[in-house]
Design a protein around this ligand. Sequence first.
Ligand code: DLL
Length: 439
Amino acid sequence: MVNDKYWNEKIETLPNEEIKKHQLQKLKEQVKYCYANSVFYHKKFDSIGLKPEDIKSLDDLKKIPFTVKADLKENYPYGMVAANPDEIVEIHASSGTTGDQIVGAYTKNDMDIWQELMARSIYTAGGRPQDVIQIAYGYGLFTGGLGFHYGVQKLGARVVPISGGMTQRQIKLMKDLDVTILACTPSFAVYLAETMIQEGIVPQKDLKLKRGIFGAETWSHQMRQRIEKELGIEAFDIYGLTELYGPGVSVECSEHDGLHVWEDHFIVETINPDTGESLPDGQEGELVFTALDKTGLPILRYRTCDISKIIREKCVCGRTHARMLRVTGRSDDMLIVRGVNVFPSQIEFAIMQFPELAAQYLIVLDRPGALDTFLVKVELTEHTQKNTQLDIKQLKHNIQQKIYIITGLSADIEVVNPNELPRTEGKAKRVLDLRKGKM
Ligand code: DLL
């Protein structure tokens, strides 16, 4: 560690030209590695007559065809592995947001890189060796629990590896063990905060919690404000996916002005999700990543379906790596309701404007006849429920108006009692689409 601001100052503040030079050298090596060792990439390159030597500049990256989730599904479980089978030391898997299983296969070298990326990410979010870090991401095949675990160990902080669920116990341990950092999905953080309120725990007074490192699902700015207020902490966004090790691809620093993408290990691009055409920095589109030194299951130009934009100005914190703005949704979670495109994040944005409501919501779509029905279920907070003056009819009307302004659609609103909507300990489920098969 060079100083108290960075995990690795030399790398994190590398001038842009130097980063590019480093990326190009690694890209050339990685392309050669893929062509020589991956049956999948060898075939892909041959099918368009591309040779590793054709990659001479970073711009030449565009010559490489995209890799998509369907490739991983079709080649499940080991079809895209490039290393020798006995070099694979760990397997993770994700059922993804869209169903079928995909696996990540890691060599010892991959594990070392991932651990380094996670230690760097936790450090960037303010984690220090003196911290006590409670990991409430699920352990096991999901990369959240163990990814954080490896990072905390490398950082030298104290790890509380509780995994997901066990809400009451989470809170007790946070209190008993003087936990200073909570790592979990944002929706689980909201659930923990709600449970604390019900149990009369005042985090600001009863806990030592200072920070939270949240990711694995989209969450709005309003949801962040709510978590920060209710838990009395500073919240940091962390991003990653199984296809690229897991968490630790990018993370926020204390400026909270985008997530630093670790460009010494990844090249990030944005494309138009409909046409696949490259977009300039600053324009919103689908993120595409190339992992520069992954050997177990190498991946080039991976289409994530995640929608964001890239900015490249140096951050006030001094880091020079590109930043991605918070993910606003997935190109594949866009809902088409009565012909109008709607993202769950837009509904979340609307709901978070109402302090009367809890952060939980559920969008229910159906098609009983020719037309889609669009129901948004929202939940009162405990506090609001006790308010005898509350005019539910007016509240429903106001929510409906807000959703209409944002989406152009008129939704039915159902207001339910506190804790009625299902909670998950992992990634939140926000949509129940009953139209399938009725299209
Ligand atoms: O969710 C890895 C992870 C674990 C990231 C813990 C952060 C914290 P997968 O299960 O493969 O991996 O899911 C990857 O989750 O393509 C995004 O759609 C979504 N996602 C991950 N982080 C964020 C985030 C892990 N910070 C998929 N904001 C990705 C929004 C996120 N979406």
